[in-house]
Structures are given as C-alpha cells and as structure tokens.
Design a protein around this ligand. Structure first.
Ligand code: C2E
Ligand code: CA
Ligand code: CA
Ligand code: CA
Length: 278
C-alpha cells in the first residue's frame, strides 16, 4: 500500500508582489532587517462567540520593507527557516508582542496574544526557559501568551515537539494547535499533546456549512475538543453564514476577515478602546 501525503500541502504561494519577486536577500540583509525591527507584528483579533468580546489577537509577521512596502510572511518565513534566522525573527516579534501586551494591560484591555512558532524553533528544549525569561523581563505573565504550532508540525514530529510544548505549558504559556483538520493526525495524539486550544483551519470552516457531512465532521471535532477541555477557534471566517454556522455548532471563538483583518498595533488599540473592556 502506498502511503500518501498525510497532510494537505500548505499553501506557500505568496500573493504576487512584483518588487519582492525581483529581490533576493543575503543573510546579512535579513539579519540587519531583524535588528532594525523592520519585521513587525500585525494583530488579528479573536472574538469570543458567547458575547462577541475580543479577548485575544494573533500576531502575524509583516516586513516593513523600505522599498517594497509591507510584505507578508510567505515572502520571508521560508527564507528565514532555510537560513537559520527563524529563531532570531521569532524572538524579535516576541519582544514586540510583549511590549504590546504590556501596553494593552496598562490600558485596561489585557487580551491574550498568540505567536506563531516554527517547528524548527520548537525542537530546541531551551526555548521555554528563554521565552519565560523574556516575558518576565517585560513584566508579562506567560499566561497571557499563546504559542501556535501547526498540526502538520506535530504530526511530523510528535516526540520532538512534545518535550518543548510540555515545558511551555509548565511555565504557563497557552499552546494552540494551528490549522487543525489539514492533517490526518491521530485522535490519540491529539489527546496526548498538552495543548489548550484547537484552531480549526479555514478550509474546514469554508466546507463545513455546505453539506450535512461537513456539519457532522465539524461538530465531532468540537465535541471531542470540548471534552478534552480545549478552546475551539474557527479560523478564516469571511461570511455571515460561516459565522452563524460556527456559533450554532458551539465553537468558543472566531477569527477572520469578517470580524477584523490583521492590523497595526495602533489600529488594534483603537478597536479595543471602542468596545467595553472584558
Ligand atoms: P496562519 O497562522 O494560519 O495565519 C492565518 C492566516 O490567514 C494569516 O495570513 C491571516 O492574515 C489569514 N487570514 C485571517 N483571516 C482570514 C480570512 O477570513 N480569510 C482569508 N482568506 N485569510 C485570512 P498571513 O498573515 O499571510 O500568514 C500566513 C501564514 O504565515 C500564517 O498562517 C503562519 O503560518 C505564517 N506566519 C505568520 N507569521 C508568522 C511568524 O511570526 N512566524 C512563523 N513561523 N510563521 C508565521
Ligand atoms: Ca497561526
Ligand atoms: Ca491557522
Ligand atoms: Ca492556515
């Protein structure tokens, strides 16, 4: 029996960006861009479906490139991983996110921020201690930070990531299983991996409302997750129909362009100031 790809390929095709396509960056260019904090966090709110309140936001990397403008992650994450710079980039974003978290708490809107972590970074068991130290340096309790790891990463290297993720949890960080449903990971593994939250992939959210079968699968995922005591986030909500569906299915949280697009910190603050504090 031929074993087929266990996970759906991740879409790595960037939105075409003419200027970026003509550019190639040396390791030195990339490193100095990190040091100059040209890589900045954008923030996409997550709304609680029980009451519509924003209690969290995901940090998404953007490159404020001096000539090309704002570049999305597909332009630089793979390069950073290839060149061994992903840890440095992630720590730069972590510092900036922690600063943002501190400011939000001081403003009376202490929402949780979620950071995407590459599996390459999470293979290093020294990371949890280091990140806890960085969080403390900024006066932010790790409980206010969620680390997102993709289901694919976990399926491909369960044992390799288990130790790091367990330590992150011991230090108080939340851990989200990202892009859930793009991979046929075993339910056994799901139940044994110490996560706090499941993020159901957009491709799933798009298909689910359309057919009875889609409904059934979606509801089974929610039932299992809730029995495991996990929060459930529906990703990539674009339509009212999708929002209504995931709400009535019992998802706890929603994220997507319909609710809010990723934005700068200034915009996030305005958005949070406009709604009553949680
Ligand atoms: P992701 O973690 O699954 O993040 C969600 C992506 O979907 C984001 O794309 C977001 O802008 C987009 N999105 C959110 N709502 C909607 C919607 O309603 N419709 C549609 N069509 N898209 C929506 P983005 O910012 O381009 O990021 C792409 C991927 O790059 C992320 O996918 C994540 O895997 C990776 N990434 C982003 N920042 C980082 C980072 O700091 N470190 C690492 N390792 N990866 C990152
Ligand atoms: Ca994510
Ligand atoms: Ca995702
Ligand atoms: Ca995704």
């Amino acid at each position: 029996v031929q074993v087929l790809e266990r996970c759906m390929p991740r879409v790595t095709e960037p939105a075409r960006h003419e200027h970026a396509e003509r550019m190639s960056w040396s390791v030195q260019d990339l490193k100095s861009a990190i040091m100059k904090e040209q890589f900045v966090p954008y923030f996409q709110p997550k709304a609680s479906l029980a009451d519509g309140q924003v209690r969290g936001a995901e940090v998404l990397a953007r490159w404020n490139h001096p000539e090309a403008g704002v570049l999305g992650p597909y332009h630089f994450i793979p390069v950073m991983e290839r060149e061994g710079l992903i840890d440095l980039l992630t720590e730069s974003l972590l510092h900036q996110a922690l600063q943002a978290s501190r400011t939000l708490a001081e403003n009376g809107t202490p929402i949780k921020l979620a950071i995407n972590a590459s599996p390459l970074t999470l293979q290093d068991v020294g990371v949890p201690n280091r990140w806890r130290a960085i969080a403390m340096e900024h006066g932010v309790p790790p409980e206010r930070i969620i680390i997102e790891v993709t289901e694919t990463a976990v399926a491909e290297n369960f044992i390799g990531l288990l130790e790091t993720v367990t330590r992150l949890r011991m230090h108080g960080f939340g851990v989200a299983l990202d892009d859930f449903g793009t991979c046929f990971s075993s339910l056994q593994q799901l139940s044994e991996f110490p996560i706090t939250e499941v993020k159901i992939d957009r491709s799933f959210v798009m298909r689910a409302p359309a057919t009875p079968r889609g409904h059934m699968i979606f509801e089974s995922i929610l039932a299992l997750s809730h029995r495991l005591g996990l929060d459930t986030v529906a990703e990539g909500i674009e339509t009212r129909e999708q929002l209504d569906f995931v709400t009535s299915a019992g998802c706890t949280t929603a994220q997507g362009f319909l609710i809010a697009k990723p934005s700068s910190f200034a915009t996030l603050r305005t958005l949070l100031a406009d709604i009553p504090a949680p």
